[in-house]
Design a protein around this ligand. Structure first.
Ligand code: SF4
Length: 289
């Protein structure tokens, strides 16, 4: 049996950069605060907490003073930057450059739409960290759409600019934009803001899922990117399993033993975790014999 890890999967550049930045900072200080999980992967969080990472929520950010804080790849709303100033925090900003650029585009579009009496639409998941940061650029006045059924929230007479959270499914976004164009009678400008890393991952995963008899998709329970990618994977290969750690690999999946098993990680999955899962599969198959 062949067990193959897709080396192009796992951390995206934004998450890798944020974690490397954090580890570098922790070489010179005992701990650093991060607002929310730096990565949506419980195992990687545990590893980083052991090195000095302390996770706080946005309410705690408002109450800490004179401390070191890191902003993760997902980005933060303007209010978090205000706390940095008012509470004398030493900021390490590890916001992904792609997200920073998107924040700027939404902010500029919002200024423009206010002059033209228009509306800004964001396709994203309510409460997701990146979405909170993006909505903050419009003073939380943009219209958040989670699915097509919410299109009625849009005023059909207003000029409209549409953006997407960077990790949404490109096909769903294209479908949503098509529906918005039918609903809104005024001008509609749709911006292509899905991260190319994310869009490329979907086709890479589809190809990989076809090449192996079984897929073990490794993701975090709280990661929306993991859920989107796993769904894409299962549509191609029904023999796909979602695992968050090696102890979730079920020995019964390997009876009978498949000819090949592919291991693929979400953009928040560390390589070391995929390697542990590969080792677990090898051990299970030896024990089954
Ligand atoms: S998915 Fe893309 S936009 Fe999001 S953190 Fe990763 S590289 Fe940045």
């Amino acid at each position: 049996m062949q067990v193959v890890i897709d080396d192009g999967s796992g951390f995206c550049p934004g998450v890798r950069r944020a974690i490397e930045t954090l580890e570098r900072e922790l070489l010179s200080r005992p701990h650093i605060y991060c607002v929310g999980d730096i990565v949506h992967n419980e195992r990687e969080i545990e590893r980083l907490q052991a090195k000095g990472l302390k996770i706080i929520d946005s309410e705690q950010l408002a109450s800490i003073h004179d401390a070191a804080v890191l902003f993760r790849a997902h980005g933060e709303p303007p209010s978090s930057y205000e706390y940095v100033q008012s509470n004398n925090l030493q900021l390490t900003d590890a916001t992904c450059p792609v997200v920073l650029k998107l924040q700027e585009r939404i902010r500029n579009a919002w200024i423009e739409m206010q002059k033209r009496g228009g509306q800004i639409v964001l396709f994203g998941k309510k409460g997701h960290a990146e979405v909170i940061g993006l909505m903050g650029q419009t003073d939380n006045k943009c219209i958040l759409i989670e699915d097509e059924s919410q299109i009625t929230l849009l005023d059909p007479q207003k000029p409209t600019e549409v953006f997407s959270q960077t990790t949404k499914d490109p096909k769903q976004y294209a479908k949503l934009v098509e529906r918005i164009r039918r609903h809104v009678k005024a001008s509609v400008t749709a911006h292509n803001t899905i991260c190319t890393q994310m869009a490329g991952r979907a086709s890479q995963l589809q190809k990989f899922a076809r090449e192996h008899e079984m897929i073990l998709f490794v993701g975090g329970a709280k990661s929306s990117n993991s859920k989107v990618l796993f769904e894409i994977c299962r549509q191609i290969n029904q023999n796909s399993h979602f695992v968050t750690a090696e102890n979730e690999v079920n020995p019964e999946w390997f009876e009978p033993e498949p000819a090949s098993v592919g291991i693929f990680g979400a953009t928040s999955t560390p390589m070391w975790l995929m390697q542990r899962i590969r080792d677990e599969i090898v051990t299970i198959c030896k024990t089954n014999k």
